[in-house]
Design a protein around this ligand. Structure first.
Ligand SMILES: [Zn+2]
Length: 345
């Protein structure tokens, strides 16, 4: 048995230009779609599927992305895209899926949690969504003016999603789906989003890992206002274990951002160490006295984030704090509606 601890190596020296299709395995194409914010791109993959194609992820619903899909559709011939498999509900992945389904007659496939979460974000009345966010961030120490900026602007891009189709194909952990004569086993992972869909083609050693891992970027996770005591870090780390248990040491990982890579087991060790360091930073800050999540930002991030990002980063600080509470290392106290974390006596 091999150790499974090969170095992390990026498989392709350069990424395809936005809209260009690069064949990376027989009948598997890598496509880059633009994002108007960091990291500036999202990956989609096209899998030949009989006379048609399955698209893994769709990019944002915006004009540049839809123009690329129109060009791709022209090049594909045959039935074109018949399935859009959205790995998770975030607009950079699910955004254009409904538009592709409607325009090209495709079917959406995703997990039940991602489908429902996408619908909640799309259909929650604005006043209720705003009130939920406002109450949550004020309770975590964000100043009223910064909270209002976040409520007004920070969630804007969460809405770059075309109307989600009323019907979909549900994908669940352990299921096997045949795409183009190859069997793909479905796995799911939480933490970054509720139930992110991943696909493993063991026969060819291909693992579509969505946003669970990239060769360099550490995936983000955030406690959500709807689940304020949640422990997304625990779910995320369990997702790494899931990939590690399923994947072979030489598998090619196909992530949602950056480039396809090998050496997942080494990368998983790096990510575990990264999040352990972050937890340690939170513990060190709380050892100096009780801290709100807003106060924890200074110990975690070099610069204070702007109003578009601050909510995500407070959610991330909370992911570490809630995980430390669950592990019995910190205590969560609420005083006059403000949540603070302190060392356990
Ligand atoms: Zn993403």
């Amino acid at each position: 048995m091999t150790s499974g601890r090969g170095a992390v190596s990026i498989e392709f020296a350069d990424a395809p230009e936005a809209g260009e299709m690069r064949e990376i395995a027989d009948g598997v194409f890598w496509l880059r779609l633009p994002l108007p914010y960091e990291p500036g791109h999202v990956n989609a993959y096209l899998l030949r599927d009989g006379d048609g194609w399955t698209a893994v992820d769709a990019g944002l619903f915006d004009e540049p992305t839809c123009a690329i899909w129109r060009r791709v559709r022209q090049r594909l011939g045959g039935q074109g895209i018949t399935t859009v498999l959205a790995t998770h509900w975030h607009p950079d992945h699910l955004g254009a899926a409904g538009w592709i389904c409607e325009t090209f007659g495709a079917t959406l496939a995703t997990s039940e949690s991602e489908f429902l979460r996408g619908l909640v974000v799309q259909y929650m009345p604005k006043e209720e969504g705003d009130a939920l966010e406002r109450g949550f961030f004020l309770s975590h120490g964000l100043a009223p003016d910064e909270t209002e900026l976040w409520v007004a602007n920070g969630r804007r891009f969460m809405h770059d999603t075309y109307r989600i189709p009323p019907t979909y194909r549900k994908l669940a952990s352990g299921q096997t789906v045949a795409i183009g004569g190859h069997d793909f086993r479905i796995a799911v992972a939480g933490g970054h989003s509720p139930e992110e869909v991943m696909l493993h083609d063991a026969g060819r050693g291909l693992f579509f890992c969505a946003d669970q891992a990239g060769p360099r970027i550490a995936p983000t996770m955030a406690v959500q206002p709807s689940d304020p005591l949640g422990d997304p870090l625990r779910h995320f780390l369990a997702g790494l274990d899931t990939i590690a248990a399923m994947s072979g040491p030489d598998d090619l990982l196909l992530p949602g951002h950056e480039a396809p890579f090998r050496g997942f087991h080494t990368r998983a060790d790096e990510l575990r160490a990264f999040y352990a360091r972050r937890c340690h930073q939170v513990l060190a800050a709380c050892s100096e006295g009780p801290k709100t999540a807003n106060e924890l930002l200074a110990s975690l991030f070099r610069r204070r984030p702007g109003p578009i990002w601050i909510g995500f980063l407070i959610g991330e600080a909370l992911a570490y704090a809630n995980n430390l509470v669950a592990r019995g290392l910190l205590e969560r106290q609420v005083d006059h509606g403000i949540v603070r974390f302190s060392m356990r006596p």
